[in-house]
Design a protein around this ligand. Sequence first.
Ligand code: HGY
Ligand code: MN
Ligand code: MN
Length: 405
Amino acid sequence: MQINYPRLLADLRQLATFGQVGTGVHRLSFTSEDREARHWLLQRMTEAGLDAQIDGIGNVYGQTKGVNKAVLIGSHTDSVPKGGWLDGAMGVLYGLELARARLEAGDLTDLGIDVISFADEEGTYRALAGSLSFCGHLSEADFAATTNQLGKTLHAVLLEAGYAGRPRVTLDPSRHVAYLEGHIEQGPRLEVEGKKIGVVTGIVGIRRLQVTCTGQADHAGTTPMHLRKDAGSALIKYCHDLIRRFEQIRGANSVWNFGQVMFEPGAGNVVPSAARVLIEFRDATEATIDRMQAEIQAAVTTADGQGGVNVQATELIRVSPAEMDANLAALIETAARARGASTLRMPSGAGHDAMVLSRHVSTAMLFIPSIGGRSHDIAEDTDEADICLGIEVLADTVRALNQKA
Ligand code: HGY
Ligand code: MN
Ligand code: MN
């Protein structure tokens, strides 16, 4: 199996043209850019000789023909708003290049390589939707109940995309012997510690809640302050209170983010009738996450009814912390060291499809450095030499799996 670096890098650059924004991409799930990228990937898989399809949730899946057992390799090709060109895309194109190189080598006795781009990992509609569907955790009823921020359902957007009603691909425990995901680190540790390959030990748990304050719209010039039911000010006070509470009960590595606020109707001269904030928080320990969620609720109870404003919290996302397979992680570590690459065992603070897969199949992840630790921004980048080293380590990991099979 001979990796073709120029071809891998050219594919990465080509994929980055779909939804290109400067040096990054804006490729939200199921938009035309995302769909065009999926279609392009489908063609690349087919050209490579894989049996490829886009399924009923938009997962792009390419199977090696003529084998009963395969390693599944992938990630996602959707992005956050104004995101980077490598987040997810690299893991998918690692899979494509490895599958292609295997077919070119013509050793048909080896384990097959199946490639997947999971839909909506970034959660425009539902975080990890594609991998949840692949592992049997998402029903058609969920499609109708899941919406984006504008209230459009996943069902509606799948119909629009032409994916609705297609069969959905699923994990096949008798075929898929392992799931491997290569990814950029998206943080600074590898670079700061001068290491080349991150061997992921586990992935943090993630929860996202929306807190909504409901008051009353009024003229912002004529309504005396004491008569207002100001949802906007209530939300700002709520957030301050919550930050104070989080700081008191946090774990050493807990993180939280107030990622989006919306005021309605949203004008300088109207008292906000409603205000919403998205709060996401993460920790490697479920008990700490539970404690943080309890604080969100306690702060709601304190704020609710103050100044005539009602406050409530709704849970949107809940993903438990996940552990990677220790044996598979050791194979990655050994493969990296055999190539003279320095390694670092590390947890992932970012979510990945691997956290869903890991509950069903032996799963491991490899990280390569992110320049300046930047990600979820168009500034995201990685040295080409590191991209090439990462795929070689993954290729060696697949070779090691073949020796075990
Ligand atoms: O949200 C995450 O951690 C990932 O980038 N989807
Ligand atoms: Mn991401
Ligand atoms: Mn990602």
